[in-house]
Design a protein around this ligand. Structure first.
Ligand code: TRP
Length: 337
């Protein structure tokens, strides 16, 4: 049986946080240890340009994200770990895909529609204000990421499911016109991760500015956990686990037995201060060793770069011949040898 290709990317606009970790990185690293899997993990730095025009931030974020994956024990002998921008065949494929993608499909993209809705709500007369073409055609670049490496499974957060559905549409359309070149990818969503909320109780997301960075120094990390918003129930008053930020995060780190125990303690009225302590210890136990490796890696950017270059080399062994066959299939090739 040939190996399942699992592929995922992280946009390089911020510092990896608990939500990224529980939702994307941790399951991806676990999958990378499965012998039946061939993982492709990458830094989506071209995607970053859509929302971030601060070069230093994009660069710093790439470094931090790469260091995070390596610190968490990504096995780069099995996983192909690369930077999207090191693979020029990806933007090339993205253009080819644009030409088989209905504009109407992109009109329906949640990310685009949300930006339009924001403009309309704020009473702007231009509904497309501040929206660049990168945002509009974001799903096409993402489709190219997946289709280039024939991804079978794509682990993502819920908010990305639509993008994978669009990639499936685009791939089918291309295959219908030019023959079966692309594998149709499938989204994989880890339901446990759906509960990770941020410090303010909304979904943990860099766009809400409510994240808890994964590898903050221990003291600072503890402080951030202590700042997570709770309600004002007193110690001894029974508390609801449903919709509780602390509980949601705890659930993503604890085993079943521990979750049952903590539910019981909620019913018995655990104090918020105590719950924060329990939560801090639970997470810290899991990430402390990686935090040390992270700090060491951040001081050795050459080592990180070397790993990325190696990954790019392996990725291009696939992307160069593949784009060649795509070019031929669409009628773009040398006229004569
Ligand atoms: N859009 C994804 C996100 O913001 C990142 C991403 C880019 C991605 N290309 C991808 C994820 C391809 C999976 C597959 O989370």
């Amino acid at each position: 049986m040939s190996k399942q290709i699992v592929l995922t990317g992280i946009t390089t606009t911020g510092t990896p946080h608990l939500g990224n970790y529980a939702g994307a990185i941790r399951p991806a690293i676990t999958a990378s240890k499965d012998e039946n899997v061939r993982p492709f993990y990458f830094l989506a730095d071209y995607h970053a340009l859509i929302k971030c025009q601060e070069p230093e931030r994009v660069k710093q974020s790439s470094l931090e994200i790469a260091a995070t994956w390596l610190a968490l024990g990504l096995d780069t002998s099995n996983a192909i770990f690369y930077r999207q921008s090191d693979i020029p065949e990806i933007p090339e494929l993205s253009w080819v895909l644009s030409c088989v993608t209905a504009k109407g499909l992109m009109n329906r993209s949640h990310a685009y529609k949300a930006s339009v809705a924001e403009n309309v709500e704020s009473g702007d007369k231009d509904p497309d204000k501040g929206i660049n073409m990168g945002l509009f055609s974001y799903p096409i670049l993402m489709a190219a990421d997946m289709l280039m490496f024939k991804a079978n499974r794509v682990p993502v957060g819920k908010d990305q499911i639509q993008h994978i559905e669009m990639a499936r549409d685009i791939a089918s359309r291309f295959n219908h016109i030019y023959g079966e070149h692309f594998v149709i990818p499938e989204a994989v969503v880890d339901d446990n991760s759906a509960t990770i909320l941020g410090m303010d109780g909304r979904k943990m997301s860099k766009s809400y500015n409510n994240t808890i960075p994964l590898f903050e120094p221990e003291k600072k990390f503890k402080k951030l956990i202590n700042k997570i918003k709770t309600n004002s129930l007193e110690p001894g008053e029974p508390k609801d686990t449903e919709g509780c930020t602390l509980f949601g995060i705890y659930q993503a780190f604890a085993n079943e037995r521990e979750v049952v125990e903590i539910r019981q303690r909620y019913a018995e009225g655990i104090a918020w201060g105590e719950m924060k302590k329990v939560l801090f210890e639970k997470i810290n136990e899991e990430i402390a060793p990686a935090r040390e490796r992270y700090q060491a890696l951040m001081e050795a950017p050459d080592h990180i770069e070397e790993q990325l270059q190696e990954g790019a080399k392996k990725a291009r062994e696939i992307s160069i011949p593949f784009i060649q066959s795509i070019r031929e299939s669409i009628g773009i090739s040398r006229i004569s040898k």
